[in-house]
Each structure stands twice: as C-alpha cells, then as structure tokens.
Design a protein around this ligand. Sequence first.
Ligand code: SF4
Length: 334
Amino acid sequence: MTTALLEVRGLVKHYRLRGGWPWSPARWLRAVDGVSFELAAGETLGLVGESGCGKSTLGRALLRLVEPTAGEVRLNGESLTALDGRALTAQRKHVQMIFQDPYASLPPRRTVEQILREPLDWHRIGTPASRAGRVGELLARVGLGPSALPRYPHAFSGGQRQRIGIARALAVEPQLIIADEAVSALDVSVQSQILNLLADLQQELGLAYLFIAHDLAVVQHISDRVAVMYLGEIVEQASSRRLYAQPAHPYTRALIDAVPRPASGHRGHRAPLVGEVPSPVEPPSGCRFHTRCPHARPICRSMAPREIELGTAGESHRVRCHLHDPEIDEHFDD
Ligand code: SF4
C-alpha cells in the first residue's frame, strides 16, 4: 500500500450553539463526527454528499481554518493538529484550497499580479527579482496570458477567475489541493475545461486532490476513490469504479440514481431520495440515515452500524450499513 500523504483519524468538529437560557443544557451542532480516511500522494479522493452533510467543514478542519474538536490530521507523517505558529504555517503551505466562488475568494482591489505575488512574498519563495517571472509562469500554467496581470478580478469570467484561484493555490507548490465545490458554480462546458486543467496539473506536478462536491457525475470524472458523507459521517468509501458499479449503502445508491443518464436524461429505477438531511444538532439515533432509508428496520433506529470491509484483496470498499453486517443481517430477512 502506498504511504499516505494525508491521514485523518476520528476527526470531529462540533459547534456549541448560543441561545436558550443560561441554565439550559448546552446544545451542539455535530458538523463532523468521527471521520477517518487516507489520501496518497498524486491521488484524487472525491468527497460527496448533499448540502449540510459536513463536507466543507471537514475540508476546513483539515487545514485548521476551523479548529477541530477532536481527532488527528497527519500530513507526511507529521501531526497538523499538534502544531502551532510558524510550524503550522510551514506545514499548511503544502495544502492549498480552491473555493466554489472564486470571485468572493479573490481580493477585489488587487490586481492579478498582486494576488499571485502575495503568497510568494509571504512564504519568501525565490528572490524578489525572480518572483515576477514566477507569477508569469503560474498564469501560463493555467492558460492565461500576461495581459491578465494588471487587471482586477471583476474583469474576468467565472472560469477565468477559477483559473486565477488555481494559479494562486499553485504558487507555493503544494502537495495537496482541497477543491471545495470548485466547479459547482460554472457552466457545464467551463466545468469540463477546469476539470481537464486540474487533471493536467495533477499529471504534471504529482498533486493530490480532495475534491469536495455534491454532484456525483463531476466526482466520478476526476476521482480515483470516492467517500460518501452523510450527516457528519463517512458512510461508504471505495474506488470510483467500484463505488459507481456496486454501490453498497442505500444513501450512495440513491445519490447515484439521482444523477440523470446522459443519453436519455432519465434517472435510475431505485426509490428516489425523499426528505431533507435531518438537523446535525439532534441527529437521528442509531443509523443517521434511518429516517430516509427504504430498508430501515427497528435495529437501525437503536444501533449505529459499524464499518464493514466488502473489498477483495488489494481493493478496499468500506460501508457503514447493517445490511452488510453478517452479525446483523437476520434482521433483514423479510
Ligand atoms: Fe438503511 Fe439500516 Fe443500512 Fe442505515 S443501517 S442505511 S437505516 S439499512
């Protein structure tokens, strides 16, 4: 097995809610609730789930842009959760983020040249004289010419702004890019241009990606492996090929069925996903998906499913569902 670039163990992010009376018991929003996964150098892991499942909070907690409540994040074997100050800044340099709305994430009163130069100055990369050349190289790498340098973000289209966001992320030569819904706001044709650019950069630079999206079709296109998240937990992880061919968790099956087929526009034949994601403040007992699951049995309401390995030698496929637990499956005989 390849050595992990990123290892996440039991990561938790709970937010204490304000309000109520001073004597009322504390209430917590359980955005991320015990998430574990690994990511190898040069690999792409897709992280999918509906809005409100905790995907974006997880992405931010990995970088400690929000402080995790518990758990550990290791990058190249070093614990990010144990670092502070300069040591944390130095390690963070290896992980960069790109966001859904590049316009909001690019400072509007700075030129493209200033935006791309800032991380080089901050991390003291190269000499001051060499940084101008580096800025030009970064722009060329994402398919933009030098005429972009003196312009401001508002002068560009959504796709071009995302290219500038990618160039900024590349400035510090990261090993891992966390792309948080990075193509969700773009037209389909622009989406595929950006996805192709990310794939080319990965080949050229050996980058790893954590690709966060609600759109399974997009994730399938770019991912080596996929993790499916529901209400703060990862409920299924497998290779992209295996997950789409043999989805094991009822939530994954419903998400895949909700994707229109390219030829007909028709959706799949299984039961559609009904209802909304429940509140992460008081998540359902037992299996958190039981309120929406067509296969739910009484045991699903009282007992949280453990992780079951369905994979064969050399290919892991993990799922959290009693349907696949040999010690529980007599509850599903009917
Ligand atoms: Fe459905 Fe039960 Fe499996 Fe949860 S554990 S996904 S409720 S069958």
